[in-house]
Design a protein around this ligand. Structure first.
Ligand code: HEC
Ligand code: HEC
Length: 223
């Protein structure tokens, strides 16, 4: 493990332990990586129970799920419940790299009912707070790239596509988007859609910056 990775990992463990004291002691050695995603999606989530269960997440994602504009934590407000469920299962099974959050979602205290409830709660959560927007240096280039290479999956207004598990990218922090696009290009995110990797791979740093900047200027699609 590289020193930086180790460092991030240790910070993550410490954070998780502070927020969720049982996380480390009860972490099972293996998790069921083959949970049937479609079956979970068919289960209706309960918004009221979801709000309560979200208390194990809000230490990092913040009370109104607004994340952090420094890019360390994504905004989850209004994200498609299908995307929330898929991403959490991927993180849980180590398909998506997220050492700081993983201990919380592999904990035996975290159930699939918690997950479907939290996903329903987040999807319905109104937009609050502000978005960390990019500097707006080259939005013309950003728009051109987005419309050519990204809109077919993430939608013309960044609304995503719930049925295809394509995340909403509107109303997301610039620094998070930038970090993810770089991770997608470099393969360090873990679970990036292969078709997307193909389009992002040849991007130079200015193009990555422009497209991330453009996405961060997209308004939240749901009021
Ligand atoms: C220790 C801090 C921490 C805790 C606690 C935490 N998360 Fe996260 N979460 C993160 C970080 C950091 C990321 C972004 C990882 C990355 O950069 O790829 C993330 C990403 C996510 C994503 C992916 C969002 C996206 O746009 O792809 C979802 C969904 C998510 N978290 C849900 C949850 C839920 C639900 C809980 C509670 C059960 C939770 N998180 C608890 C730190 C945390
Ligand atoms: C073929 C469909 C497809 C295309 C084209 C595509 N994406 Fe994606 N994108 C996805 C999927 C699916 C995910 C979720 C990751 C996963 O589970 O594979 C994702 C995730 C992301 C994320 C992370 C969002 C989050 O909340 O963590 C960003 C940022 C992103 N894409 C940006 C882009 C950009 C920029 C382009 C164009 C240059 C693009 N994508 C093209 C399907 C696509």
């Amino acid at each position: 493990m590289r020193l930086k990775t180790l460092h991030t990992f240790l910070i993550g463990l410490t954070l998780a332990a502070l927020i969720h004291p049982v996380a480390n002691s009860q972490t099972p050695a293996t998790v069921d990586a083959d949970i049937d995603l479609r079956a979970l999606l068919a289960k209706p989530g309960d918004v009221v129970r979801g709000k309560k269960a979200f208390s194990s997440c809000e230490g990092c994602h913040r009370k109104n799920a607004s994340g952090r504009s420094d890019g360390s934590i994504p905004r989850l407000t209004g994200q498609h419940s299908s995307v929330i469920i898929k991403q959490v299962l991927d993180i849980r099974a180590d398909r998506r790299n997220n050492p700081s959050m993983q201990p919380v979602v592999v904990d035996t205290a975290f159930t699939m009912t918690h997950l479907t409830d939290i996903a329903a709660y987040l999807q319905a959560l109104p937009f609050e707070g502000s978005i960390g927007k990019g500097p707006g240096k080259d939005l013309t280039l950003g728009k051109l790239l987005y419309e050519r290479d990204c809109a077919s999956c993430h939608g013309a207004s960044g609304e995503g596509d719930a049925a295809k598990f394509n995340p909403m990218v509107a109303a997301q922090h610039y620094r998070y988007l930038l970090r993810e696009v770089i991770a997608i290009r470099d393969g360090s995110r873990g679970n990036s859609n292969a078709e997307m990797v193909k389009v992002v791979k040849p991007y130079n740093p200015a193009e990555i910056d422009a497209v991330s900047d453009y996405m961060s200027h997209m308004a939240p699609p749901r009021p």
